[in-house]
Design a protein around this ligand. Structure first.
Ligand code: SAH
Length: 510
């Protein structure tokens, strides 16, 4: 029995432009065969265990020939697996989707096609260009600017100019001078507004606006490279007024997210939605201490504690792993009151059906300690990392509240991305770095392995994190509150202030 092949359009780059149906197919995939223009964030939606096959094509040399791609799809389907063929934009628009289906159809392999948002329309849209407008044009033409090897462009420019429609060229960076010359010769007004948009819908999008007569030169000066779409027609004149994407507060900014990936999702997503290019470089990893005699002993006499305090979701999960190993569940905690350092930790508790009895207003160790000191009359069990902040225990000590500080997990300072971070730092290409704990600062500094960090700006979740950043020579600002919302706000504010001093990275924009 053949498995099914689903041809899925991944959209032009912004991972948010994948369709719901495409996402469903990806989440159920056993094999994903993907192209060069597919965004890593889209690819990440496939299950971790799915086989991933990169058949990315580059314009001059084709590493995987088309016939071979069709063959791979057939082979994987013959293994009875659910195969997703993921293609940039829409699979049937200059995507060779049809060619790939031919072999499948001939062998009776079941297949489906999930259309995607095409770059031909979405990329102009992200550059503030509506491809049609009632007062300006009544048709849209999408043309390939790619000439078959060794051949001239096979385009009827006269016919195109006669339509008076908006003309969108894909795959036309190399041939842009010929395209412009062809349109001019065919009688198009040299003053016709025109634009070329590179890496559209991505944080690194660049746009060059000009006229038909100046576009080729302006694009060359700006060193525009593939992928890019070129647009010709009066609608291009709207791009200044409607350019919502360039106006996003973090557009053109690179922001490093250092927290562990399993919890990094929301912050990275929020920053991307504001236009930032986000580098997810988890610099720490938490690892349960196992075996953990101290935690086991504490669990055995859990009834002796009045409070249990958690300073991170990792502490909650470590306790849970231990309970499960012992064949226990939430009932084992009995009447112990629960304190969580912040909303994230409280959420981790509620994930196990437990409500936090106390969460301090300011989410840090000192405030957690002070709050507990006011509330606790009996012993407090602290379940946290090996090198927990002394502020928590100092507050309890000061108030004479008995406590037991149990290390149930440790932080490993390591990053798969250390090399990448170091290279960017050396090139002066790192700018804003977010820190959600003192340990992320230590992990980041360790990844960089020394050097002058004074050119960076650390945007920190709290005072203690900022103090750690400053200790490593990283200038730091602190979020108004220890929440992801406030941290995001602080990044926007910092970008605004730092932007004036730096020559912004999208300075080449036309
Ligand atoms: N099926 C795709 C097009 C494939 S041809 C679609 O529907 O979008 C590849 C061409 O698409 C590139 O040469 C470029 O012209 C265009 N393209 C794709 N992604 C792009 C992007 N993010 N920005 C600009 N152009 C893009």
């Amino acid at each position: 029995m053949y498995g099914k092949v689903t041809l899925v359009g991944a959209g032009p780059g912004d991972p948010g432009l994948l369709t719901l149906k495409g996402r469903e197919a990806l989440e159920a995939a056993q094999v994903v065969v993907y192209d060069r223009l597919v965004s890593p964030a889209v690819l990440a939606l496939a299950p971790e265990e799915a086989e991933r096959i990169d058949v990315g094509k580059r314009s001059a040399h084709h590493p995987v020939p088309q016939e071979r791609i069709s063959q791979i799809l057939l082979e994987k389907a013959a293994e009875g697996r659910r195969v997703v063929r993921l293609k940039g934009g829409d699979p049937f628009l200059f995507g060779r989707g049809g060619e790939e289906l031919e072999l499948l159809e001939a062998h009776g392999v079941p297949f489906e096609e999930v259309p995607g948002i095409t770059s031909a329309i979405a990329v102009p849209a992200y550059a503030g260009i509506p491809v049609t407008h009632r007062d300006m044009t009544s048709s849209l033409h999408i043309i390939t600017g790619h000439a078959r090897q060794g051949k001239e462009l096979d385009i009827d420019f006269q016919a195109l100019v006669r339509t008076k429609g908006t003309l969108v060229f894909l795959m036309g960076v190399t041939s842009l001078p010929q395209i412009c010359a062809g349109l001019l010769e065919a009688g198009m007004d040299p003053e016709t507004p025109a634009a070329v948009v590179e890496r559209g819908t991505l944080p690194t999008q660049r746009k060059v606006t000009a006229t038909l007569s100046t576009l080729a030169r302006r694009a060359r000066e700006a060193a525009v490279s593939s992928p890019a779409v070129s647009v010709f027609g009066p609608v291009c004149a709207l791009s200044g007024r409607f350019d919502w994407f360039s106006a996003l507060p973090l557009k053109g900014r690179r922001v490093v997210v250092t927290r562990p990936r399993e919890r990094g999702g929301t912050l990275a997503g929020r920053l991307r939605a504001l236009g930032a290019e986000v580098l997810e470089c988890p610099c720490i990893r938490t690892e349960r201490i196992c075996p953990c005699p101290q935690a086991e002993a504490a669990l055995e006499k859990i009834g002796a504690y009045q409070w249990a305090a958690f300073t991170s979701p990792a502490g909650v999960e470590a306790l849970w792993a231990l309970l499960e190993e012992k064949g226990l569940d939430a009932r084992a905690l009995g009447g112990v009151s629960l304190a969580a350092i912040g909303a994230g930790t409280a959420r981790a508790l509620s994930g196990h059906g437990l409500r936090a009895d106390y969460v301090p207003e300011v989410y840090d160790a000192a405030h957690l300690g002070a709050g507990l000191a006011e509330r606790a009359t009996g012993p407090v069990l602290i379940l946290r990392a090996e090198e927990g902040s002394p502020a928590l225990t100092a507050a309890l000590e000061g108030a004479g509240v008995p406590f037991e500080d149990v290390a149930c997990y440790r932080t490993r300072y390591e990053s798969e991305h250390a090399g990448e971070i170091r290279a960017l730092a050396r090139a002066g290409e790192l700018d804003l770095v977010t820190f959600t704990s003192a340990s992320t600062v230590r992990g980041f500094a360790a990844s960089l392995g020394g050097g002058d960090l004074s050119g960076l700006l650390g945007v920190c979740i709290g005072e203690q994190t900022a103090a750690e950043a400053r200790r490593h020579g990283i200038p730091a600002v602190v979020a108004r509150k220890a929440t992801i919302d406030a941290l995001t706000e602080a990044v926007v504010a910092a970008a605004g202030e730092k932007g004036a001093a730096d020559t912004s990275r999208d300075g080449r924009e036309g």
